[in-house]
Write a new protein. Structure first.
Ligand code: PLV
Length: 332
């Protein structure tokens, strides 16, 4: 796992590169910038929000340590931050998280518990440990301090782009909605509230899309997508509220697992970066023509600025896991 030089007085995340992708720009017909959150310590954007939350909770945790429920990446971030702070951490993951992640978490000094089939099951166990053991609870996505931490992604991108460049849209993935809330708050902070957010999910991990369609928060019966890091059954209230509010435009879209996998492979071929399926959902908006379709249908205004793609990253992937996913999804 990547690490970085870090100053306790500041924060755990790094200022990630903002790369122009020639291949993606050609596809979209406008400049595409990739915010490379895969290069964060712990392998995803999660360290921004989780790192910030853990720092802030430090004073309350009374030395008993932290417990974080996770599909994998929030756990990696929590393990990284707590190890830096010299605090114990228990990470509760579901059995659907690839097994090599357990080893990576343990290498980071965390205690790992595998409970249930999907994230919601693991989360119930984490909440139980808060009650019985007095551990400080670290949600993977549902806390104002997580959103504040995640918002640095946008303020950083804005600083890199400079005052004369404003994106035409921001492209992200949605699991429980912590990234979405952070991005919206970042857009507010930099005065980009007129920049639409394209919020991507996979079929079977589409809790935001199901709620947007129903006009109320709905809980999915099960997570049937292989994008387990997007597999929260219920989106957080704040993310749903943003999707319903007039202060920001959120366009909720869904791709299939096959499209997300194809996007991972294309990204690997063209950009030479391996991301997990949760991030493939974002990339599929470009590679499977979702951005084009939204423009053609008039749901997305013609992009007046570059497309800002948040490459959220993820550690639940390696060469073997990629071939496992290929085998699974080609059968269907
Ligand atoms: N993953 C969470 C929730 O899982 C976790 O525990 O790691 N991209 C990647 C690579 C992610 O790991 C996640 C969240 C997301 C996107 C979506 O972020 P969110 O949950 O803030 O919408 C069940």
């Amino acid at each position: 796992m990547r690490s970085s030089c870090h100053n306790m007085a500041e924060h755990f995340h790094i200022n990630t590169p903002l790369l122009e992708s020639a291949a993606m720009s050609k596809r979209v017909g406008t400049t595409v910038y990739l915010k490379m959150e895969n290069s964060q310590p712990s392998g995803s954007f999660k360290i921004r929000g989780i790192g910030y939350l853990c720092q802030q909770l430090m004073s309350e945790s009374k030395d008993k340590g932290f417990v974080c429920s996770s599909g994998g990446n929030a756990g990696m971030a929590a393990a990284y931050a707590t190890q830096k702070m010299g605090m114990p951490a228990t990470i509760v993951i579901p059995s659907s998280t690839p097994h090599f992640v357990v080893q990576r978490l343990e290498d980071q000094g965390a205690t790992v518990k595998i409970v249930g089939k999907v994230w919601d099951d693991a989360n119930a166990e984490a909440l139980r440990l808060v009650e019985t053991e007095g551990l400080a609870y670290v949600s993977p996505f549902d806390h104002p301090l997580i959103w504040k931490g995640n918002s640095s992604l946008i303020t950083e991108a804005a600083a890199t782009l400079g005052p004369t460049v404003k994106p035409g849209a921001v492209l992200i993935s949605v699991g429980g909605g912590g990234l979405l809330c952070g991005v919206v708050q970042g857009l507010k902070d930099v005065g980009w509230m007129d920049v639409p957010v394209i919020a991507m999910e996979t079929v079977g991990a589409d809790c935001l899309n199901a709620s947007v369609k129903a006009g109320r928060i709905v809980t999915l019966d099960d997570i049937t997508s292989e994008a387990k890091s997007l597999g929260a059954k219920t989106v957080c209230v704040k993310a749903f509220e943003y999707s319903q509010s007039n202060e920001v435009t959120i366009i909720s879209e869904v791709v299939t697992d096959q499209q997300a996998l194809h996007a991972m492979e294309t990204f690997l071929d063209e950009e030479h970066v391996l991301v997990e399926m949760a991030c493939g959902a974002t990339l599929a908006a470009v590679y499977s023509g979702v951005v084009h379709r939204l423009q053609a249908e008039g749901h997305l205004p013609l992009l007046l600025g570059p497309l800002l793609v948040i490459v959220c990253g993820g550690s639940n992937i390696d060469a073997e896991q990629l071939s496992i996913l290929k085998q699974k999804l080609q059968r269907n």
